[in-house]
Design a protein around this ligand. Structure first.
Ligand SMILES: O=C(O)CCC(=O)C(=O)O
Length: 219
C-alpha cells in the first residue's frame, strides 16, 4: 500500500544503550485532526484507579486497551481485557506497519484532557511484553514534551551521550522506542500547567506471553 512520502521521513535520536526513532509527520495535520475526533468520541474511555500508600487515586488521564483476542495486559496494578480492534485503530496500525518493520498485536490508549493530565516515570517492562520490547507511540493533538532518563546514574560508556533528554511529540508523530529503551531507560509525560488543549496517545505493543505473571508498578 502506498503511503505519503512525508510519512516515511524519520530521525534517529542518539541515545546510549537504546534505539529511539522519531517520525515527526507519520500522519498529516488533517488526518490527525480526524483521528483525534474519532478516538475522543468513539472510544469507551476509562478512569482507572490505583492504590498508593493505602489511598485509592484516579490515574491522571483516561485509558483504553485494545488488541487481538486474549491479549490481556497488567499495568499499574490494573488488569485489562482487550477490546476488539476498531476500523480507526486498524488504519493507524496499518500506517505504522507500512512505514516501519514493526508489527503489533495490542495498543494502550491514553487521553490527556489538558495539561493537568500526565504519566509519571516508568518503563514498559511488564513480563508479558518480553525481555526487550519495541513500543510504538503515536500522538494526536497538543504537542507535549516527553522526558526520558537512563536508569543508571552514570554514563557507563564514558561518552557524551545525554543520560536525560526531552523529545517534543508533535501532532501526527510516531516515536518508536526500540531495543534497549525499556530495559535501560524510563520515560514520563509531565504535567503542563495552564495548557488547555487535549492530546491522545496510542502506545502499540506486542504481548508475547499473555500468561506471564503480572508485575504491578506505580504510575
Ligand atoms: O503519552 C505518552 O506519550 C506516553 C505514554 C506512556 O508512557 C505509556 O502509555 O506507557
Amino acid at each position: 500500500m502506498g503511503i505519503p512520502t512525508a510519512s516515511r521521513i524519520f530521525r534517529d535520536i542518539p541515545v546510549t544503550d537504546g534505539r529511539l526513532r522519531l517520525y515527526p509527520s507519520l500522519f498529516s495535520v488533517e488526518e490527525s485532526e480526524r483521528f483525534l475526533d474519532a478516538l475522543r468520541e468513539g472510544v469507551d474511555w476509562k478512569s482507572e484507579r490505583i492504590t498508593m500508600f493505602g489511598r485509592s487515586l484516579a490515574l491522571p488521564r483516561l485509558t483504553a486497551w485494545f488488541g487481538d483476542p486474549g491479549m490481556c495486559y497488567t499495568y499499574s496494578g490494573i488488569s485489562a481485557q482487550p477490546v476488539a480492534w476498531t476500523p480507526t485503530l486498524l488504519r493507524i496500525k496499518a500506517r505504522i506497519e507500512a512505514a516501519t518493520a514493526s508489527r503489533f498485536n495490542s495498543v494502550l490508549l491514553n487521553y490527556y484532557r489538558d495539561g493537568s493530565d500526565s504519566v509519571s516515570w516508568h518503563s514498559d517492562d511488564e513480563p508479558e511484553l518480553g525481555e526487550d520490547p519495541v513500543i510504538g507511540s503515536v500522538s494526536f493533538g497538543s504537542e507535549r514534551p516527553f522526558d526520558l532518563r537512563h536508569r543508571s546514574a552514570r554514563d557507563r560508556t564514558g561518552g557524551c551521550a545525554p543520560l536525560r533528554l526531552t523529545v517534543c511529540l508533535p501532532n501526527g508523530s510516531y516515536l518508536e522506542m526500540g531495543p534497549g529503551m525499556q530495559r535501560n531507560w524510563a520515560h514520563r509525560l509531565p504535567k503542563r500547567h495552564g495548557l488547555a488543549a487535549e492530546r491522545i496517545n496510542l502506545t502499540f505493543r506486542n504481548i508475547l506471553d499473555h500468561r506471564a505473571a503480572p508485575m504491578p508498578r506505580d504510575h
